[in-house]
Design a protein around this ligand. Structure first.
Ligand SMILES: [Ca+2]
Ligand SMILES: [Ca+2]
Ligand SMILES: [Ca+2]
Length: 746
């Protein structure tokens, strides 16, 4: 194929078709056609003083995606790292898209390699975005980053690179363009179209599985209508949930017909059955009689625990159905809370069952409208704190129109009680400064306690820092912000005081202005004095050394690991009883770990690294080992939030923290409105309301499971049950293990 023909083919298939307005390209010489006297590309620089290999960066005239030239980066040594850099300036508060083309020849990774990719850097050298990584040999491939909002930013760095790898990479036609309102509308319509088509695919697969052949032509006709539609919505009502628009509702109506085909006898209008609350569910959901566990359910609980039960409802008609649910015979009504599991979209094009707004308490009745064809979970959350131990029969009437179906459950509340304080440390970086919490601080603190959080990270803005007179004399620590934090968290098991030494030059807040600087020998006594007074102040407030720890830097590796060591030594010299906490993840090398080992008392490695030699090292070099995880919206409630507690128990990890309780980019409901993942496990409801998610409920249930395991620790059957849960990682195995453990500890 000649170059011209190849270029033509690309025009046809380029994903840029989504952005038709073609606003001006902000990259200078993104096609690498212009070169200076030294043969280097105009507009680009290498920030390296010296290249790792002579001529490893060049402009190549053998291969080009367009024009005659491209950027070539080539390494012979697997340790080499080279890049080009261009700062791109733009207007704030708009959306942009970055595109480019990349070609590779025999790219092979060295140790810790990031291979070849396009990296977008922000001020201070941090990562803004990255393309996917490329390795091996491949022809010109399209890279696209965005569209993304830049919010207040006015510049970014475009950095094509080859990182610690041998081989050759070429880059060409790098562009950076504003995405207009019209483009954004088209992108939103594409999202709506993809949602409907993805759901229709499930309908079609189910139709083929159920032999619902008569529905297939209608599925194909609807697909054609969705593909051809030119009036799709440019925004989805993410709070309301699916179906999002009339053609989407047509997909759901077909789902009703397909699910009905599975019934050999006349189907009910709404099929209601018990399901495990932590099993997977989706709005278009293949179902049929006898799937799942149907009409009868057991719930075993410790005294003082909370546990959900779940009624899964499927509308088998093409009309919306009002459903009334009422609990007839029951444990005390005060123990019951009804929550409806709603669906929200994710950035990756998925739809997940996550928010759990409260819709009623007590016996009911609960009334919901189930859209055509939709499957939705109704949770009945039981709190056994106010229930006397014993066996209760629960009758749930589900009424649709004139017809009532009754679903039965046995609730057993065991004599054995959940301890008031958990053995394991639980924390969620639940800063009072998060946007989502600013007006909901008391609610959030109560919600954290209700979800068994007992340990709080107190960040640098609340750290008791020393104050100095104008002459630079030490005036003691300012406890005002810390005292407020202590007052907000009564009964806390532990405070992790994170001064955030690695940020904003905070490491030098222990010395007066113009005084000695980190890491000089003169700086150290100041750090020591600060730590000593911190411990004295905590003691005055009733906190022993066991009740708090100093979390010097976050996620230490490289320079941060060195800082943890240096600060840690100064702290140890001043007061060796102060406990030092650090949370390394995959970026921390063996050398980083060994550097910090002598000063760390509590290791909190990321769970994925809490294994093998790393875990052995942590156990041997510190008195306690905890773990943490960074969990996103699509992390599995069952596995990442609940069963992770079983893994913590199996490995004797004494803490489980996760990022994050309330960190969001813009609205927690909307995955597209800001350039930051919505990590939060709670949603904003009415003015002062915080709506829990399925993930957040799973965390509480995991913490309670951990308490059950602790109670059962001496029982022979605990190890095989634990092993089975960790191996199978499913809801049914977990429920069975819980039941057996409860019977063993009573
Ligand atoms: Ca070119
Ligand atoms: Ca958001
Ligand atoms: Ca529970």
């Amino acid at each position: 194929m000649t170059r011209t023909l190849f270029a033509l083919a690309i025009c046809v298939c380029s994903p840029m078709a989504v952005c038709q307005d073609n606003s001006p390209d902000l990259v200078v010489n993104g096609s690498f056609e212009e070169i200076d006297d030294a043969g280097m590309p105009v507009g680009w620089s290498t920030w390296l003083k010296e290249l790792p290999e002579p001529d490893c960066i060049s402009v190549d005239d053998t291969f080009a995606h367009s024009g005659e030239r491209s950027l070539k980066i080539s390494h012979r040594k697997p340790t080499s790292y080279s890049m080009m850099d261009q700062r791109v300036d733009f207007e704030a508060n708009k959306h942009y898209i970055i595109t480019g083309w990349i070609k590779g020849d025999d790219i092979k990774p060295g140790a810790g390699a990031m291979l070849a990719r396009l990296y977008i850097g922000k001020e201070g050298g941090g990562t803004f975005k990255v393309s996917r990584t490329f390795s091996g040999t491949f022809d010109w491939s399209f890279i696209e980053i965005g569209p993304f909002p830049v919010e207040g930013r006015t510049w970014l760095s475009l950095i094509p690179y080859l990182h610690q790898s041998t081989g050759t990479v070429w880059f060409d036609d790098l562009t950076f363009r504003e995405v207009t309102e019209a483009d954004l509308a088209r992108i939103a319509q594409k999202r709506a179209r993809d949602r409907a088509l993805d759901d229709l695919m499930v309908v079609e697969a189910t139709a083929r599985e159920h032999d619902a052949d008569d529905v297939i032509p209608d599925i194909q006709a609807l697909r054609a209508r969705i593909q051809a539609a030119d009036d799709l919505p440019t925004s989805l009502d993410v709070k309301q949930g699916p179906p999002y628009f009339p053609l989407h509702e047509d997909v759901f109506k077909l789902m009703a017909r397909v699910n009905r085909a599975a019934w050999k006898r006349p189907p009910p209008n709404v099929y209601a059955r018990w399901a495990d609350p932590y099993s997977d569910v989706a709005p278009v959901f293949a179902t049929g009689p006898g799937r799942g566990f149907g009409t009868f359910h057991f719930i075993d609980m410790l005294k003082g625990e909370v546990e959900p039960a779940c009624l899964r409802l499927t509308n088998l008609t093409e009309a919306a159905q009002p459903v009334t649910v009422h609990a007839e015979s029951l444990p005390p009504a005060e123990a019951l809370t009804w929550r409806l599991l709603k669906y929200v979209p994710t950035l990756g094009g998925l739809i997940i069952a996550d928010p759990l707004p409260k819709i009623a308490s007590g016996a009911g009745p609960v009334e919901i409208i189930l859209p055509p064809g939709m499957t939705q979970d109704l949770w009945l959350v039981i709190d056994s704190a106010g229930i006397d131990p014993g066996r209760y029969r629960l009758l749930i009437d589900v009424t649709i129109g004139e017809k009532t179906q009754t679903r039965r459950a046995n609730v057993v509340v065991h004599e054995t009680a959940l301890p008031d304080e958990l053995d394991i440390h639980t924390f969620a970086y639940a800063y009072t400064t998060w946007e989502l919490l600013k007006d909901r601080i008391p609610q959030s603190r109560a919600d954290l306690r209700a979800h068994r959080i007992n340990t709080y990270v107190i960040h640098g803005a609340f750290t008791p820092w020393p104050t100095f007179s104008d002459a630079g004399e030490w005036q003691g620590l300012d406890w005002s912000a810390m005292d407020d934090q202590i007052a907000m968290h009564p009964g806390a098991k532990c405070f992790l005081i994170w001064p955030g030494m690695e940020m904003l030059d905070r490491v030098n807040r222990v010395t007066p202005e113009g005084g000695p600087e980190y890491p000089s020998a003169e700086w150290r006594p100041f750090a020591g004095r600060w730590a000593k007074e911190l411990a004295e102040g905590m003691a005055e407030r009733g906190f022993d050394y066991e009740d708090w720890a100093l979390y010097i830097v976050d996620e230490p590796s490289a320079a941060r690991a060195a800082m943890a060591r240096t600060v840690g030594e100064a702290v140890d010299a001043a007061d060796p009883d102060i406990r030092i906490f650090e949370n390394p993840y995959g970026a921390a090398t063996e050398a980083d770990m060994e550097l910090m080992g002598p000063v760390v008392d509590i290791w909190c490695p990321s769970l994925d690294t809490a294994k093998d030699e790393r875990l052995t090292f942590c156990r041997e070099s510190a008195s306690e080992v905890w773990m943490y995880q960074v969990l996103g919206k699509t992390s599995s409630p069952l596995r990442a939030f609940r069963i992770a507690f079983w893994e913590a128990f199996a490995k004797d990890l004494r803490g489980f923290g996760f990022w994050d309780y309330a960190d969001t980019g813009g609205s927690v409901w909307d995955p597209w409105d800001a350039d930051r993942h919505d990590y939060a496990v709670v949603y904003d409801g009415a003015e002062d309301e915080l709506i829990p998610s399925k993930r957040w409920e799973a965390y509480r249930d995991g913490a309670e499971d951990h308490a059950l395991l602790t109670l059962a620790a001496e029982i022979d059957s605990v190890q095989p049950l634990l092993g089975r849960v960790l191996e199978n990682q499913d809801a049914a195995t977990l429920a069975d293990a819980r039941r057996q453990l409860m019977r063993a500890v009573r």
